[in-house]
Design a protein around this ligand. Sequence first.
Ligand SMILES: [Zn+2]
Length: 455
Amino acid sequence: MAYDLLVKDCRLVRPDAVIACSVAVRDGRVAALLDAAETVAADAVIDAAGRHVVPGLIDTHVHLGNAGRPFGQDCRTESRAAVTGGVTTMLVYVVTRGSYDDVLPAYRRAVEECSIVDMLFHLAIVAPEQISDIPRYANRYGVRSFKAFMAYKGREISPSGIQGVTDGELFDFFCQVAGVDGGVALVHCENIELIASTQRPYVEAGRQDTAAWSDSRPIFGELEAIRRALTFAEQAGVHFALPHMGIGSGSEFLREKRHGAARLTVETCPHYLLLDKDHDQGVAGKVNPPLRERAQVDALWERLLDSTVDVIGSDQCAYTRESKGCDLWTARAGITGGTTMILPVLLSEGVRTGRLPITRLVELTSARPAQVFGLYPRKGALEVGSDADLVILDEDREVRVDPGVLNTASDYTPYEGYVARGWSAMTIVGGRVVYEDDRVVGSPGHAQVLTAERR
Ligand SMILES: [Zn+2]
């Protein structure tokens, strides 16, 4: 029987090796890995011409529907941004202050109708009443990752509904997630009570620069919150995943992946690997936790290589200038353009400079995320039976970044002007070509909301 698609002459990258082969696809899945010289019948043939082929990237951290547009509209535009950057699965935070029973069916339909990539939901736990419902949500929806927030209290409660928890609620949250088979507890770690005091002089001085946002939320406060959350996680025996960790120096203790009864996963984001607080972007550089100084960026690359960091998420928020706001102290926090930039940043700053093996890139962007969040080996691998989500790399391609090339709804990005060296030549989702020759060619109607496996 003929295959639907043959991607021939690949240098297929796995976490432990690069192998020469051709990838044969049937019914949206990898049907066989063939010797590169073998000729077989296929309805369509794509020649990878000996280039690196990697599993589609899994962006572990995406926000949709928080920039004033409906969730479905963001699924449409931001899944286009995703495939432009070789991302074929998005792990998306959904937020409600009420019951998730009231919103998840509509979110699911929006993904199926509007997205060109599969998604998995993380549920934000932003009201104390939601904590006791965690096991029920896990059973009913196959959602096993839940996020609580130590920041976002008082005047920082977010218009998107994000509100921080008390220490007591945080511990209850950990205990509930610990009871979920395959459960992962994500926590936004910043000491907001400390920040209320440390940011006062910067507000009073009328500062509007990116460095002021960073310096007003000091590194020691972020590290203290991380240590406190980890202490609670140890006691609860939960799998604790630390999102958006941007501190390279001072975070070495996170290299231990077992802390008593707790297991630890660490995520970082492309902006922490490229941008620093002293290259002033004003309000466009406002993100929580903040950008840090250049020495921290360099040290974070060391954490990428010494296995402190496990996964990469963009923390993308597709604001426009208008929905972001223009005053540093009241504007929304979040970086635009990130989901597209994971691959270019890692290729340009890591693989090309020789500090990041391409095998480690695959481990960070697909294999580990799939393992941590219960999707492996359907996602995160290109083995027989895996979804045929893959990216053919063009490691020589130069792209000067502006919002237009990112195919996002955002009309600005702090990556603007950056010249990436390395981009997706072609992105394939479920055996369908969705991005090629700088254009998004995929259309919605095939995407699914995934469920996370139990352990
Ligand atoms: Zn966060």
